[in-house]
Design a protein around this ligand. Sequence first.
Ligand SMILES: Nc1ncnc2c1ncn2[C@@H]1O[C@H](COP(=O)(O)OP(=O)(O)OP(=O)(O)O)[C@@H](O)[C@H]1O
Ligand SMILES: [Mg+2]
Length: 248
Amino acid sequence: MTNDAGTHLPIEVRQLRHSYGDREVLRGLNLTIAPGEIYALLGGNGAGKSTTLSALLGFIAPTSGSVSVAGIDPATDPERARAQLAYVPESVALYDHLTARENLDYFLALARAPRSADDVIKPALDAVGLPHHAWNQRVSGFSKGMRQKVAIALALARHVPVLLLDEPTSGLDPRATMEFNRLIETARDRQVTILMVTHDLLSAVDVADRIGFLADGQIEEELAASEGAARFDLNTLHARYIGAKVAA
Ligand SMILES: Nc1ncnc2c1ncn2[C@@H]1O[C@H](COP(=O)(O)OP(=O)(O)OP(=O)(O)O)[C@@H](O)[C@H]1O
Ligand SMILES: [Mg+2]
């Protein structure tokens, strides 16, 4: 499906249903994310957030409904869909015996992306703010925050239009979380569209343009950031998240 300008939307999920065995997890999920938007997907444990990412990645096939990444159906064309995506799972898998630069070089080669340390890798590592002294260090000693920087540098170096993040800030300290939030804004400023699954309300309030609540297999409610200082009200979100009635 295309938008008004005739181009494909980065993420489009229509009436998505998915079951594991006889357990239906997604029950008609609709999710559309516009170019350059940061969308935070919230929901309790087991709500189906990671399953939604798996559908976008082509790891699972919908029982019914449709999923599209930049106009490509990951269920039928997973390789082409994944070429549009960078996926950052909760724990980033890197080759521990390789340095940060070597990891980028290796993964860029796997992605068949053009790669040259000076032209592609250095600007990407600069953009994510990985300290220079760490570039040529083995990643085995890297913290979670540093590993995420490497993963996002890879996304920037690949110039993918869509970034999927699964609980990126869980286990990060407040400072690393703030750095991470600035980092995804850097990606957004480069026209990357971001879907972030999270339980971290502060981060969602900080960076998201829209927040969606997943419950009973659907996006039960969506909130859009208002312009101005008070983008989202944390107390309202918190009450909503724990299932309390939110005063109108
Ligand atoms: N491969 C699988 N086989 C069977 N059941 C699964 C599988 N993956 C997930 N599930 C189940 O589907 C439901 C949704 O799982 P999912 O991982 O999408 O939830 P989630 O919203 O990401 O939760 P969390 O916040 O705990 O990460 C859960 O009940 C889970 O146990
Ligand atoms: Mg999950």
